[in-house]
Design a protein around this ligand. Structure first.
Ligand SMILES: Cc1ncc(COP(=O)(O)O)c(C=O)c1O
Length: 354
């Protein structure tokens, strides 16, 4: 840290993203990316747009918002686009949190939420998930603070139903309910349609997972037009060109190929169920996942030991050292071939630890 670093950030602990090691090639099942590449039309659209990179991108993000509006059956004025949904989540904490009005979210959820709160000096409280890792809705019903829920949740993969989301949104029109749907396309129900009925509901989503564009950095929020205007004020005050030309073109092309991406999501969901059954047969406890990852506890060895042994064998999964989940690992659902390798190596590790 330099002597110049602002006093207010001196104790800030930055978010630690999943590792992206370059030392060797790994079967990479640690950051919930898609195992499938973007469709050829998406790759061509991005390459074509690269020829125009001397020009700034459209600050109104018009083509992408129009395409999203068509697919999600909302109006462009209900959409704000960002450089990944991380950027938009940061905008939300920045726009709606202040010293007197904080946020609540589960104790086990996306690790960026508390970091954004601390970055923006927004108070927050983590509500413990139940012992079975489900959300206790009653924790969120009689509290004036804004709510953030990842649905499906990460790292558990467990989803809330739409009725529960509606109960949350309806319980208090004077506080916001933010639903982070990064993984919704793998089997959960989207709350986008509810944003027309509840002007306090924001749905945050991303092209990173189901649309194979993690490296393109493209996210969006769907909400009432007044909330979107707030976020646009923040966006224009931060970086009006936050959606670059190539990602915008890729996003528009991806939205015109829904069948390709829906088929990929279905493949991932099938692979997930198959891998979950095989892990259970090996003695793992596996949570019921509606996402593109599995949260699983190995028999006999700890999550940390399994993570290290798999890494030594060229397979990367994610381990969190938080007390309640230190015995668990999060495994991204890869291609069937990648999952075969994971299962083979896991079985070998467990055999060494009988
Ligand atoms: C729950 C959740 N929300 C948001 C994100 C961020 O996604 P993006 O790549 O759009 O920034 C992630 C990324 O892993 C996530 O797990």
């Amino acid at each position: 840290m330099s002597q110049f670093f602002s006093e207010k950030f001196r104790t800030l602990e930055a978010y630690v993203p999943g590792e992206q090691p370059q030392d060797r090639s790994y079967v990479k099942l640690n950051t919930n990316e898609s195992p499938y590449s973007p469709s050829p039309a998406v790759r061509e659209a991005a390459a074509r747009e690269a020829q125009q990179l001397q020009l700034y991108s459209d600050p109104e993000v018009k083509p992408l918002r129009a395409a999203l509006a068509r697919v999600y059956d909302v109006k462009p004025e209900n959409i704000c686009c960002g450089n990944g949904s991380d950027e938009l989540l940061n905008f939300i904490f920045l726009a709606y949190g202040d010293r007197d009005h904080g946020f609540i979210f589960p104790d086990l959820t996306y690790g960026f939420y508390p970091v954004f709160c601390r970055l923006n000096a927004v108070p927050y409280e983590e509500k413990p998930l139940r012992p079975d890792f489900t959300v206790d809705l009653s924790d969120y019903l009689h509290d004036p603070r804004h709510v953030v829920i990842a649905n499906p949740n990460a790292p558990t993969g467990i989803a809330l139903g739409l009725a529960d989301i509606e109960t949350l949104a309806a319980s208090d029109p004077d506080r916001l309910v933010v639903i982070d749907e990064a993984y919704v396309d793998f089997g959960a129900e989207s709350a986008v349609a509810l944003t027309k009925k509840y002007p306090n509901l924001l749905v945050v989503s991303t092209f990173s997972k189901s649309r194979s564009l993690a490296g393109g950095r493209l996210g969006f929020v769907i909400a009432d037009a007044a909330l979107i205007r707030d976020l646009e004020t923040i966006r224009y005050s931060t970086n009006p060109y936050n959606v670059n030309r190539m990602s915008m073109a890729a996003g528009v092309a991806a939205l015109s190929e829904q069948e390709y991406y829906t088929a990929n999501c279905q493949k991932v969901a099938r692979t997930r169920e198959d891998a979950a059954a095989k892990l259970e047969a090996l003695g793992f406890t596996v949570l019921p996942s509606k996402s593109n990852f599995l949260f699983a506890r190995p028999p006999r060895i700890s999550g940390g030991e399994l993570y290290l042994s798999l890494k030594a064998r060229g397979v990367l999964v994610r381990h969190f050292s938080k007390p309640r989940i230190a015995d668990w690992v999060r495994i991204t659902v890869g291609s069937p071939e990648q999952m075969d390798i994971l299962l083979r190596e896991t079985e070998a590790i467990l055999r060494e630890n009988v």
